[in-house]
Design a protein around this ligand. Structure first.
Ligand SMILES: *[C@@H]1O[C@H](CO)[C@@H](O)[C@H](O)[C@H]1NC(C)=O
Ligand SMILES: *[C@@H]1O[C@H](CO)[C@@H](O)[C@H](O)[C@H]1NC(C)=O
Ligand SMILES: *[C@@H]1O[C@H](CO)[C@@H](O)[C@H](O)[C@H]1NC(C)=O
Ligand SMILES: *[C@@H]1O[C@H](CO)[C@@H](O)[C@H](O)[C@H]1NC(C)=O
Ligand SMILES: *[C@@H]1O[C@H](CO)[C@@H](O)[C@H](O)[C@H]1NC(C)=O
Ligand SMILES: *[C@@H]1O[C@H](CO)[C@@H](O)[C@H](O)[C@H]1NC(C)=O
Length: 264
């Protein structure tokens, strides 16, 4: 064999082995980052990664999205110490932007494993006088940190339109309501009979702060299953699950998954 032939054979073999290694490592890779957001247990963006309860909840397509039956919401942040996640609906109305309403719906499993926190408040706006929250269910409405929902009609440029267009003998503002997630969980926007809603989080700290400066979005607390993931992580593995049985797997390498840990 001539030296140049030998070296090109070696070169080809080298390329092949690199391709081989790459294709194998991509089999077992669980991405640990999406954009600027770290992806850690119990979340996963690749099937088989993270905890099975969180399967298909996150979607990484450039940005990180939280997928629900009512649409994909942008994930603003995940706090792994406090075990909370803040999501944001780009098509939701805020104090500065009016958009057509749509419902906020979590799947059954999501409302159990990632329920909105009690300091995430749903603001129902431009409700009809026949709305259940003005009648049978008026006890579901409350004020918080010294704020009443009427304030949004005057303080928010986007909500002034409700005031202007409103013709009622009673007051200048159509009815509104601050309420919790359970209200919108059990009654859709159509039943509530309110044309718009917005959501605010971290409401405990909003005393004396006007609606223009509130944080709009939904904060949810998530639960971490007690499934022995720490043992797997300590042994250098990544926690995942078998995509068929959804039994926990400790992903060690593409050659060797184990049920508990990666040995030494
Ligand atoms: C290990 O688990 C990962 C993730 O479920 C899977 O992609 C891979 O094929 C598994 N490897 C083996 C050898 O079972
Ligand atoms: C992920 O979310 C984006 C944004 O909503 C959407 O366009 C895309 O189709 C989703 N991808 C999958 C696989 O569901
Ligand atoms: C407010 O609600 C009424 C129905 O109660 C609706 O006709 C009206 O269009 C809504 N206002 C806006 C600006 O959407
Ligand atoms: C909220 O505050 C407003 C204005 O102070 C008051 O009129 C209203 O009755 C309060 N609502 C509730 C549910 O306490
Ligand atoms: C409000 O509605 C009533 C009944 O439809 C009507 O008679 C009245 O002129 C309206 N007022 C204004 C200011 O549009
Ligand atoms: C796979 O991992 C286990 C430890 O969990 C170890 O006992 C076994 O030898 C490993 N197998 C291979 C082929 O590396």
């Amino acid at each position: 064999m001539q030296p140049s032939v030998a070296s090109s054979v070696i070169f080809v073999l080298l390329i092949l082995s690199i391709l081989h290694v790459n294709s194998i490592s991509s089999l077992s890779s669980c991405r640990s980052q999406c954009g600027a957001t770290a992806i850690k247990y119990p979340f996963g963006i690749d099937d088989g990664c993270g905890a099975p309860h969180y399967r298909k909840m996150l979607n990484c397509s450039g940005d990180l999205f939280f997928q629900t039956p009512s649409g994909n919401y942008k994930v603003k942040s995940i706090d792994y110490d406090k075990e909370t996640m803040v999501i944001y609906d780009p098509s939701m109305s805020t104090c500065t932007m009016l958009q057509p309403h749509h419902d906020f719906i979590l799947s059954e499993i999501q409302s159990v494993v990632t329920p909105p926190t009690s300091d995430s408040i749903f603001v129902l706006l431009n409700c009809s006088i026949d709305s259940p929250i003005l009648n049978h269910y008026s006890s579901l409405c409350f004020n918080f940190s010294g704020h009443s929902c009427d304030e949004l009609y005057s303080a928010c440029p986007s909500f002034r339109i409700f005031h202007l267009g409103y013709n009622a003998t009673t007051a200048g503002y159509p009815p509104c309501c601050f309420t919790g997630y359970n209200t919108v969980k059990y009654m859709s926007m159509n039943i509530l009979d309110c044309s718009h809603y917005t959501t605010v989080y971290n409401t405990d700290g909003l005393k004396g702060i006007g609606p223009l400066d509130w944080a709009y979005g939904i904060k949810m607390s998530y639960s971490v299953p007690n499934s022995g993931c720490e043992r797997c992580q300590r042994s250098g593995g990544t926690c995942g699950y078998d995509t068929e049985t959804e039994m926990m797997l400790c992903i060690c390498s593409s050659f060797n998954n184990s049920t508990r840990d990666c040995g030494k």
